[in-house]
Design a protein around this ligand. Structure first.
Ligand code: DQQ
Length: 650
């Protein structure tokens, strides 16, 4: 439960104590003690800062070498990298970070590993999960299917897991929806999508890796449409309905999209592939999902992007704030195409125009075409899929979030991967170029006590603790204002900045970095900065970057630690705004209303349970920053098996 201790008072803009949380205040004596210890903490941090000549707010040297307090007494194990996926004809599914290194396994203990399991993100009870499949809303239930290995916490033996929810947050696990029981899907029941027919019936097209590991497309449908839980699925007797066409290799033909209607009343859908090194989206028309016509053209093709997995294609409104059914096509819509790049395992999208007659998608800006421009998420996020939620008139996006630890640790903890919090997707009407992704509103129902901090001043080169109790399940909304004078005074340069090639949150510039230190321990020996960095060009223009620095997120060496991020457009009159969902080993962060999003997995060894803390930081050399925040402790979701399935009656 949330700790309701007040915020430790540190400097505020007017020198007064920043506003207290909404929850209980302490007695005056305790407030004084809090002030004392708060100032002491800030003093110590300031001492750390000056002892480093102001070049960094905290460095590894200040805390000694990165070793764990739970150092193993037995000989440490060296990690082996195992490849999973490519041999079977699919993208790499294991963490290859340690492939060329002799990384030593950290002695993870059970309490550290149990802490990593998430509290309000969707996960099966055990074992491996990857792509979201065929999400839909039917007779009062949200259905979620997913790539699942029922036998181990590593990719392999893939079948379709299935769960249902009334609100996209609390889930009930159901029996497997489809298993590998036919020649045409013997090597795996792979990714697929759902389409609603006009009579309300559902068809599911999915890829089967057949007995010879050839990728084919199959049709399945619910055995009983009167069952709201859609427990039993029938595979069409004429499967496979499609095999790789001439010119397409047998392992480059997968992941059919949801179908949309053409003006002639045919169904049209796309399948990802590649021709040499060009990523392509093949297109098929069908009237009945039994007979198919391959169209001559390609919906889109982009040189050098390699195999396209999990293509998604959908309209977004140029004028309204609601989502659209996949078949909507009129002058008031733009189309979005998303591809998952097998080569780098990131999801890229482009906004553009769909020409039904020519069967093409043309991006508005060829410089940011599919696969070379914008990404849904600049962290760990892949194989995403949207669906139109007719219940709430919105388009909802699911994405697979893999692990960034070692396979050995996954085997020890018995599970691997989570799904993102479902996100609504809208066209950002202000930029016209970006999408806005935002956690579905239902997540707000998990909010418990809240804490408010108004106009907290964070001097250049300082760290401010935020007293919110244990900081492992949080929903954080923050706004930052940077000192205007410093913005004007800063000299521009033509040096180009990028989060991933920068030194991360310890690299100081005149105007940043500043933001939050998430999942940090008291001494900051572990911390994950989620932050903005403003760069001034030689033309005087400002560019804002949104980054997430994993480099000091854990003292364990067998964890992938990257600096993620990208540019985020900040328009005139906008404050810098941030929303961060912290749920144990996952941090989902949304800048500027969801224009740029970063999801990361974090595996601290000390900043866990009650020792996980939250801080504000400003590591700029010049600019002071003021921050206002509202922070909620988050409840856990109920995610468990569907009770008494035999007596299911709604
Ligand atoms: N995952 C599935 C494939 C898809 C890949 C196999 C993307 O259908 O291409 O598990 O992660």
């Amino acid at each position: 439960m949330a700790d309701t201790r007040p915020f430790l008072p540190v400097s505020s803009s007017d020198g007064s104590i920043p506003s207290e949380p909404l929850a209980n205040r302490r007695k005056p004596m305790k407030v004084q003690l809090s002030i004392f210890f708060g100032l002491l903490t800030v003093g110590l941090l300031a001492a750390l800062l000056t002892s480093n000549n102001g070049s960094d707010f905290v460095t590894d040297n200040e805390h000694g070498p990165l070793v764990s307090s739970t150092t193993a007494t037995t000989k440490p194990e060296t990690l082996q990298a195992v490849s999973r996926g490519p041999a079977a004809g699919v993208s790499e599914k294991s963490n290859r970070l340690f492939a060329d290194e002799n990384t030593v396994a950290f002695p993870w203990n059970n309490s550290m590993l149990s802490w990593q399991r998430t509290a309000f993100h969707f996960q099966p009870e055990r074992n491996w999960m990857n792509d979201p499949n065929g999400p839909l809303f039917y007779k009062g239930w949200y259905h979620f299917f997913y790539q699942y290995n029922p036998h181990a916490p590593v990719w392999g033996d893939i079948v379709w897991g299935h769960a249902v929810s009334k609100d996209l947050i609390h889930w009930l696990h159901l029996p497997l929806a489809m298993v590998a029981d036919h020649t045409y899907d013997k090597s795996g029941v792979w990714t697929g999508s759902a389409t609603f027919l006009p009579d309300g019936k559902i068809v599911m097209l999915y890829t089967g890796s057949n007995a010879d590991a050839v990728q084919v497309q199959n049709l399945a449908y619910p055995a009983d449409h009167s069952d709201p839980l859609l427990i039993n699925w029938v595979k069409y007797s004429g499967n496979p309905v499609l095999v790789p066409p001439p010119g397409i290799l047998s392992k480059d033909f997968r992941d059919p999209t949801t179908a949309w209607l053409t003006s002639e009343g045919k169904w049209r859908f796309s399948i990802g592939s590649k021709i040499n090194k060009t990523g392509v989206a093949l297109v098929y028309d069908t009237k009945d999902f039994i007979n198919y016509e391959k169209l001559d053209g390609l919906l889109r093709a982009v040189d050098g992007t390699g195999m396209w997995e999990c293509v998604d294609f959908f309209p977004v409104s140029k004028t309204e704030e609601n989502g659209l059914d996949t078949s909507v096509n009129n002058p008031d819509v733009k189309h979005v195409m998303k591809v998952s790049l097998d080569d780098d395992r990131h999801d890229y999208y482009a906004v553009g125009t769909y020409n039904e007659k020519n069967v093409t998608f043309i991006p508005d800006d060829p410089e940011i075409d599919v696969g070379i421009g914008l990404r849904y998420d600049y962290g760990v996020y892949y194989a995403a899929k949207t669906f139109y939620d007719q219940n709430k008139n919105r388009r909802v996006l699911w994405g697979w979030i893999g692990e960034s630890d070692s396979e050995a640790a996954d085997l020890q903890k018995g599970w691997a991967s989570v799904q993102s919090i479902p996100r609504t997707v809208l066209l950002d009407k202000k930029t016209g170029t970006h999408l806005l992704q935002w956690p579905v509103e239902e997540i707000d129902s998990l909010r418990l006590n809240s804490y408010e901090f108004n106009q907290v001043t964070i001097q250049a080169g300082s760290v401010v603790p935020l007293e919110v109790g244990p900081a492992t399940q949080l929903d954080i909304m923050a706004e930052f204002e940077i000192d205007k004078e410093a913005l004007e005074k800063a000299t521009g340069s033509n040096v180009t900045f990028s989060c991933s090639s920068s030194g991360g949150a310890i690299e100081r510039g005149a105007l940043g970095p500043f933001g939050l230190l998430v999942l940090a321990d008291d001494s900051l020996s572990e911390r994950t900065p989620v932050y903005f960095y403003i760069a001034k060009g030689s033309d005087g223009n400002l560019k804002t970057f949104f980054c997430n620095d994993q480099s000091r997120s854990s003292v364990a060496p067998d964890v992938k630690k990257q600096i993620y991020g990208s540019m985020v457009p900040v328009l005139k009159g906008e404050n810098l705004s941030l929303r961060v969902l912290v749920d144990h080993s996952i941090i989902e962060s949304f800048a500027q209303g969801g224009r740029t999003v970063i999801t990361s997995r974090t595996y601290p060894t000390k900043a866990i349970y009650g020792a996980a803390k939250l801080f504000l930081f400003n590591n700029a050399t010049e600019a002071g920053v003021s921050a206002s925040l509202k922070i909620w402790q988050m409840n856990s979701a109920f995610i468990r098996p569907y009770p008494n399935l035999d007596n299911k009656s709604q």
